[in-house]
Ligand binder design. Structure first.
Ligand SMILES: O=C(CO)[C@H](O)[C@H](O)COP(=O)(O)O
Ligand SMILES: [Fe+2]
Length: 228
């Protein structure tokens, strides 16, 4: 069992005029990584930021925080090299956005980044499975991508359970509506990388929320290893 529990706040719901400070605040509160949501207004009906912002963030907060780029964009091939140059660590693209996932996986690796592969709620996990052996992380979306603060879709959990049963050491991330109310279901299903936006960022005590999310996942991982 090679995977470990990690919590990555999504800064989508934070004060975007203070993005660098918000990222630092999340790391100070115990975040393991930062989940940065890139939206192009085409793949999803919302617009955020691109590689120039990532470059500024990297310069401002230093080399250490791990940047997981959630690329909600129509042509993910276009931004691989600019994101690598800007200091991204992991490039998570959507399976629905490309006709050639194999080539894109290769390009991401050649650019020196880790590879994440995301699926929207309407995409089956069987469609992701052929690529699972070539990626570092599978992202199971638990809302329709595009906006923070939506309701967690519990009916996505069978996808996570199936992936965990088939790929025991794969990093599996959940994203959308994840917080203290939904973390138990994510952890029991087998997710180990937890994205949480509004539940962490809008809390008066983000440190406690991050610790709670992480502890639930640690306990589930321990239980799974005892059951084996
Ligand atoms: O990718 C996303 C939306 O498309 C965000 O990462 C996600 O929604 C996180 O925010 P919240 O926890 O508030 O749902
Ligand atoms: Fe995201």
């Amino acid at each position: 069992m090679a995977y470990s529990a990690k919590v990555g706040p999504s800064i989508l719901s934070s004060d975007l005029s203070q993005l660098g400070r918000e990222c630092e605040r999340m790391m100070e509160c115990g975040a393991d990584y930062l989940h940065l949501d890139v939206m192009d207004g085409h793949f999803v009906p919302n617009l955020t930021f691109g590689h120039p912002m990532v470059e500024c963030l990297r310069r401002s907060i230093g080399p250490d925080p791990f940047f997981d780029m959630h690329m909600m964009v129509s042509r993910p091939e276009q931004w691989v090299k600019p994101m690598a140059a800007a200091g991204a660590n992991q490039y998570t693209f959507h399976l629905e956005a490309t006709t050639n996932p194999g080539n894109l996986i290769k390009e991401i690796r050649e650019s020196g980044m880790k590879v994440g592969l995301a699926i929207k709620p309407g995409t089956t996990v069987e469609e992701l499975a052929p690529w699972a052996g070539q990626i570092d992380m599978a992202l199971v979306m638990t809302v329709e991508p595009g906006f923070g603060g939506q309701k967690f879709m519990e009916d996505m959990m069978p996808k996570v359970s199936w992936l965990r049963s088939q790929f025991p050491s794969l990093d599996i991330e959940v994203d959308g509506g994840v917080g203290p109310d939904s973390i138990h279901r994510c952890a029991e299903a087998g997710a180990n990388m937890i994205v949480s936006g509004s539940a962490v960022v809008s809390s008066d005590d983000p440190r406690s929320v991050i610790a709670l999310l992480k502890n639930v996942v640690i306990e589930a991982i321990q239980k799974r290893s005892l059951d084996r």
